[in-house]
Design a protein around this ligand. Structure first.
Ligand code: CU
Length: 492
């Protein structure tokens, strides 16, 4: 054991100093959902005094997620973390009842400096036991947060104090070590800046957490047993409700990405080449940096990428798994609605319980359409395996008369979905049609200053695990900064 490690262990405090009850603390704690908290401005702040050779580093911006405040007591940075149920919105109108920390899902960002001693007072306001793990941090065993293994679980209403000194730097995170609780959202970023600032100097530093949810229609509570995920989020928001990363042309950008979900995410940046400069184990030696535009962020991994923002533009940053670029995937209703002969009107049993527009529910032309048979059935049915969604189907070309019942040019539509209206006259004769997912949602998010100046209909394909890196001219950057200031003022 080296001397630093020994000092480290000697300094560790007794694990269970009860400072206050979780409930009492929670009443004082800021209860602000991440989505309503203005992003922390990317103002540079100096590395703490006394670190030789240090230069300033940019503060990490974690869009849609607040920073966790701390106090300093006898040189120790003291944080209070409250695990609790959180009601929030994945996007406007799509509520979620998950579990998070201090009113935010994911939890607030902890940002410290290498060499800091930290005291993390964890309050359990969940209805069941809990323990916190510090992912990637080299802490004494008794501080590791393995329930049963290294500590007794924290009971509901209980408090556990973790304390250690951090002699690492990089992108780390904190999370519940009960797996099903992880799936309810209990994770947050834990960023440690190096004693000596990174070279080349980083102008804009961002932190993103990727999560996946099974939020079934008409339900606000994630199904943590599901193996299929229909909502994919960055910092708790799905596109287009994610908040763009704003940079000025010419700046050097770092994006720190952490994945705690059930899938790996190959994250792709448009229009720029980046270098992978860090993992969940810290900074990668420069000689080993690799160029790319897509980086696989596996479950429980962190990846830092850096690039010089040379090119003006609103560049997509997104998981490239196709189903992770969508919202509200709902394959379970496909077999019910995939008919070419649908229409959502109330009706009798004979009308197919309101699921067909006209005709008889058991008519031959509806063959397999409503789950009556499996496999090949009516000719029209064989052309498509998806449900025929929305306006594309409603406004697009009607099936030829021999391919659909007379008078049934329309198709099952979903209120709120606006699918593309550009389709070939013979679209319905093409197997597989329709596929597009064109949903313009500008009106839901255009009030956000960070979205100022984006092209009309920019939201049409901004869904799921997707955000934007906006490389702006300085004047535009300053204009948006001013709008953000006004926006924050108006809400205060
Ligand atoms: Cu993905």
């Amino acid at each position: 054991m080296n001397s630093r490690r020994r000092q480290f262990l000697q300094g560790a405090v007794a694990a269970t100093s009860i400072l206050s009850t979780a409930k009492a603390y929670a009443e004082q704690a800021p209860h602000v959902h991440g989505g309503t908290q203005p992003p922390v401005p990317a103002t540079a702040r100096p590395v703490r005094a006394g670190t030789a050779g240090a230069t300033a580093h940019a503060r990490v911006v974690s869009p849609d997620v607040p920073h966790l405040p701390f106090t300093v007591e006898n040189g120790v940075k003291v944080f209070h973390i409250v695990a609790e149920p959180v009601h929030g919105e994945i996007m406007p109108g799509r509520a979620m009842d998950a579990w998070g920390f201090n009113g935010s899902v994911p939890g607030p960002t902890i940002e410290i400096d290498e060499g800091d001693r930290v005291r993390l007072v964890v309050h359990n306001n969940l209805p069941e036991m809990f323990a916190m793990h510090w992912h990637g941090l080299e802490v004494p065993m008794e501080m590791d947060g393995g329930p049963g293994l290294s500590q007794d679980p924290i009971p509901p209403g209980g408090v556990f104090t973790y304390e250690f000194t951090i002699e690492q730097h990089g992108t780390f995170f904190y999370h519940s070590h009960f797996p099903m609780q992880e799936m309810m959202g209990l994770i947050g970023l834990f960023i440690v800046h190096p004693r000596r600032a990174a070279e080349p100097r980083i102008d804009r530093d961002f932190g993103l957490i990727f999560q996946g949810w099974a939020l079934l229609p008409n339900n606000t509570v994630p199904n943590t047993l599901a193996m299929e995920f229909n909502w994919l989020t960055i910092n708790g928001k799905a596109g287009p409700a994610t908040t763009p990363l704003l940079v000025k042309q010419g700046e050097r950008v770092r994006i720190r990405m952490v994945n705690l979900s059930m899938d790996h995410h190959p994250v792709h940046l448009h229009g720029n080449t980046f270098y992978v400069t860090g993992t969940e184990g810290g900074r990668v030696p420069r000689a080993a940096w690799t160029p790319g535009n897509t980086v696989l962020v596996g479950v429980a991994q962190a990846r830092d990428v850096e690039f010089d923002a040379k090119y003006l533009g609103d560049w997509m940053l997104h998981c490239h798994l196709p189903h992770h670029m969508m919202n509200q995937m709902a394959s379970m209703v496909g077999p019910m609605l995939m008919s070419h002969a649908g229409g959502l009107v109330p009706g009798s049993m004979e009308d197919g319980m309101g699921m067909i527009r006209q005709g008889h529910a058991t008519a031959e032309h509806l063959g397999p359409a409503f789950g009556r048979t499996l496999g090949a059935g009516a000719d029209g049915e064989a052309r498509v395996t998806n449900m025929a969604l929305g306006a594309a189907a409603q406004q697009g070309p009607a099936p030829a008369p021999d391919q659909a019942p007379a008078g049934q040019g329309g198709h099952a539509g979903h209120a709120g979905m606006q699918h593309g209206t550009i389709a070939a006259p013979n679209a319905w004769e093409v197997k597989g049609f329709p596929q597009d997912m064109w949903m313009v949602m500008d009106h839901l998010v255009d009030h956000k200053p960070e979205n100022y100046g984006l092209r009309k209909e920019w939201t049409a394909s901004m869904m799921g695990m997707m955000t934007l890196v906006r490389v702006l001219e300085p004047e535009m950057f300053d204009k948006i900064a001013e709008l953000k200031r006004q926006h924050a003022e108006a809400r205060a």
